[in-house]
Each structure stands twice: as structure tokens, then as C-alpha cells.
Design a binder for this molecule. Structure first.
Ligand SMILES: CC(=O)SCCNC(=O)CCNC(=O)[C@H](O)C(C)(C)COP(=O)(O)OP(=O)(O)OC[C@H]1O[C@@H](n2cnc3c(N)ncnc32)[C@H](O)[C@@H]1OP(=O)(O)O
Ligand SMILES: O=C([O-])CC(=O)C(=O)O
Length: 372
């Protein structure tokens, strides 16, 4: 019998169709429901992009107002949940805190197992509303500060920043942060989205799919790279060290975080927009030294390996300059990607087939047990 071809990492394997987003590496383009992500980032609020991902169309004024009202009603976490999260060891990674929060929200939802599209859209909205408070709680706890109460007079991004820092930063910083949320919101069948679809394909519930997706996003080959990028910048220290640092790292066969991509081989479509946002924040926050490291390492990496940065490369230093603690960078990615994941969960359910690939056995040949 001929050995079937093995597709390690499912590279290049097309497993389904999707109408949520399209990644085209040939033209370096990314569209959400048909709209170029750069145009969405420039002209639309994150709230509108969330609606687009969930419903397939941009919202009317009335639809947006209705969604915003529901979102504002679910911004604050139940007191028991806050207590449980603050009871986790201070050393817990914020991604673990976030994963636990989603799990608890699921366990407390009497409709957890209702997999209708309507029920899942309501759950998606509540998670999207609650996640900024979870991220902000961990950010503030790391600084010995108590959680704050959400502000209904603020938009999603402003409230996220207010909950994290106790004030709304200047509009340049808010805009850069919101740009990152729009760019991080969705990216077709990446590892975490695929994870959410695998879990959903067993007809499990949305919270289980999201907790699994958070686990997948945590790894440094996926979302965890935005934190690893900042650790790398700290090791490099100054732009003048970038070339030598890179030579040593490559000689030690290290993966350089924030570079390379499974799909984009000519550059990540989102990087130019996020690099501009990073430049804006750097200008507002005295981050010229960080910008210099950014450019020096990107040049050196291209010269050495021909590899381009991915979205995590500009996002990490931007979050640092905004004032976030490094371990909350990937949780921020979750707060944005919850929109894409949940759109995919409903899409999976609408035309479900259990996801269960095959493997070629490579272990011991059949043998007999010796115990009588
Ligand atoms: C939002 C996101 O999730 S974007 C991705 C974030 N992840 C990172 O930034 C982590 C660093 N990057 C990587 O590890 C990889 O580029 C991945 C995992 C993202 C993509 O990997 P793959 O599609 O499997 O590409 P693959 O690993 O086959 O890379 C091809 C070659 O480039 C090399 N390469 C790719 N990325 C890197 C990197 N960041 N540093 C050093 N070498 C790299 C590989 O070692 C490989 O070399 P080889 O052919 O000599 O063995
Ligand atoms: O698409 C991928 O493999 C990873 C990625 O960039 C994302 O999830 O945003």
C-alpha cells in the first residue's frame, strides 16, 4: 500500500471554506468580510469591526448603538469572578488568568450548552465586553493596584485603556491601540482559530472552544510572540547591538521572535499599518530608541535570512510604549481575536463536520502481550 503524503503542521492543506476573512499572501492582502483591513483600521472603530465579523456587514447607526449598549452592560466582572481571579497566585501568567476567567464565565452561564447562532452571538458579545476588565485586572495587579469600574461614557478602546491605567491617554495613543485591536481581530485558519473550530466541531460549547483557543494563542510561535519580541528588544538594548545580537542568536539556532509567517512569505499585510501606529506612539512617548532597535533588527534579519516581520513585531513594542506590562500583551491579542474566533465558531456550527484527520502509524509493529 503506498504511504500517504504527510502534511506536517497541515501546511498548505485546505480544510474548509470561510467567509470571515481572506489572507492573500501573493498580493499581501487581508480582508475581513471583503473589506481591506487597512481601510477598516483607518476609518472604523473596533466595535464596528466586531459587528462586521459577527454579522457579515458593517453596522447601521442603530445596530451599532444597540451593540454598544449591550457591551457597556457587560463590561464589569461579577464580584465573585474578581475574587477568584485575585485569588490566583500572583505568578500566574495573565493568559492563564484569562483562560480561567473564560472558563468560569462559561460555568456560570445557564445557556452554556445552547449552541444556537443567537445564543452564541450573545455569549460572544459578553466575552468581548468582559475581557478588557480581565486584562486590566491582571495589568493593575502586577503593579499592586486594585481593579477599576468601567466607564459607560467611553468607547471600547478608551475604556480598555482607562481600566488598565486609570486615565484615558491622548488620542494618538488610543488610536494606535485601537488599530492594533482591528489588525489582531481576525486571520483565517491560524492555529488558535483552527483550535476553536476543532473543539466546536465536536459540538462542545463556545466557552470550551475559546479556552482552548487561548491555550493555542499563548505559545511563542503564535500570539505569545508579541511578548517574546519585547524580551528580545530588552536583550538587544540598543540599535547598535542589533547585528551582533542577531548573528549570535542565529548561530545558536534561536528562532527570532516576530519574524516569519506560515502564510505570508513576502511580508505580513498588517505590518505597515501597525508600524505606522508604533511610530505614532513612539513619537508621543519618547520611544525613539525602541524604534531604532525595531528598524535595525528588521534590516539585519532581512539581510541575514530574507525574513520579514509579522504583526507581533510592531505590536509588542507599541504595547510597551503605551504602558502595558509585557505579560499582558498576548491577553490583549485575545481581547481582539475573541471577535474572529467567535465568528468562526458560528461558521463552523452552520456547516459542521467533525474535524478528525488521519495519521500514518510509525510505532512498534503488532506484537503479542506475554502475560498469560
Ligand atoms: C500573530 C502570529 O501568530 S504571527 C507568528 C508569530 N510567531 C513568531 O513570530 C515566532 C517566530 N517565527 C517562527 O517560528 C516561524 O516563522 C513560524 C512558526 C511563524 C512559521 O513557521 P513555518 O511556516 O513553519 O516556517 P518554517 O519554520 O518552515 O521556516 C522556514 C525557514 O525559515 C526559518 N525561520 C522561519 N522563521 C524564523 C525565525 N523567526 N527565526 C529564525 N528562523 C526562522 C526556519 O528555521 C526555516 O529554516 P530552514 O528551512 O533552514 O529549516
Ligand atoms: O495566521 C497565522 O498563522 C498567525 C497570524 O498571523 C494570526 O493569527 O494573526
Amino acid at each position: 500500500m503506498p504511504t500517504p503524503a504527510i502534511h506536517k503542521g497541515l501546511s498548505g492543506v485546505v480544510v474548509d471554506t470561510t467567509a470571515v476573512s481572506m489572507v492573500d499572501p501573493d498580493t499581501n492582502s487581508l480582508t475581513y468580510r471583503g473589506y481591506p483591513v487597512q481601510d477598516l483600521a483607518a476609518r472604523y472603530r473596533f466595535e464596528e469591526v466586531a459587528y462586521l465579523l459577527w454579522y457579515g456587514e458593517l453596522p447601521s447607526t442603530a445596530q451599532l448603538a444597540e451593540q454598544n449598549e449591550a457591551e457597556r452592560a457587560h463590561r464589569d466582572l461579577p464580584a465573585e469572578l474578581v475574587g477568584t481571579l485575585l485569588g490566583l497566585p500572583p505568578s500566574a501568567h495573565p493568559m492563564d488568568t484569562l483562560r480561567t476567567a473564560v472558563s468560569i464565565l462559561g460555568a456560570n452561564d445557564p445557556h452554556e450548552d445552547d449552541n444556537s447562532e443567537k445564543a452564541n452571538k450573545a455569549k460572544a458579545l459578553r466575552l468581548y465586553a468582559a475581557l478588557p476588565a480581565v486584562v486590566a485586572l491582571t495589568q493593575r495587579r502586577r503593579r499592586g493596584l486594585p481593579p477599576l469600574t468601567a466607564r459607560d461614557d467611553l468607547g471600547y478602546a478608551e475604556n480598555f485603556l482607562y481600566l488598565s491605567f486609570g486615565e484615558v491617554p491622548d488620542p494618538v495613543v488610543v488610536r494606535a491601540f485601537e488599530t492594533s485591536l482591528v489588525l489582531y481581530a481576525e486571520h483565517s485558519f491560524n492555529a488558535s482559530t483552527f483550535t476553536s473550530r476543532v473543539v466546536t466541531s465536536t459540538l462542545s460549547d463556545l466557552y470550551s472552544a475559546v479556552t482552548a483557543a487561548i491555550g493555542a494563542l499563548k505559545g511563542p510561535l503564535h500570539g505569545g510572540a508579541n511578548e517574546a519580541v519585547m524580551a528580545m528588544f530588552e536583550e538587544i538594548g540598543a540599535a547598535s547591538n542589533a547585528r551582533a545580537w542577531l548573528a549570535d542568536a542565529l548561530a545558536a539556532e534561536r528562532k527570532i521572535m516576530g519574524f516569519g509567517h506560515r502564510v505570508y512569505k513576502k511580508g505580513d499585510s498588517r505590518v505597515p499599518t501597525m508600524r505606522d501606529a508604533l511610530r505614532e506612539v513612539a513619537g508621543a512617548r519618547g520611544g525613539e530608541g525602541i524604534l531604532d532597535i525595531y528598524e535595525a533588527l528588521a534590516r539585519a534579519m532581512y539581510a541575514e535570512k530574507g525574513l520579514h516581520p509579522n504583526l507581533d513585531y510592531p505590536a509588542g513594542p507599541a504595547y510597551h510604549l503605551i504602558g502595558f506590562e509585557v505579560p499582558v500583551f498576548t491577553p490583549i491579542f485575545v481581547a481582539a481575536r475573541i471577535t474572529g474566533w467567535t465568528a468562526h465558531i458560528n461558521e463552523q456550527l452552520a456547516a459542521n463536520s467533525l474535524i478528525r484527520p488521519s495519521s500514518t502509524y510509525a510505532g512498534e509493529p503488532r506484537r503479542e502481550v506475554t502475560r498469560a
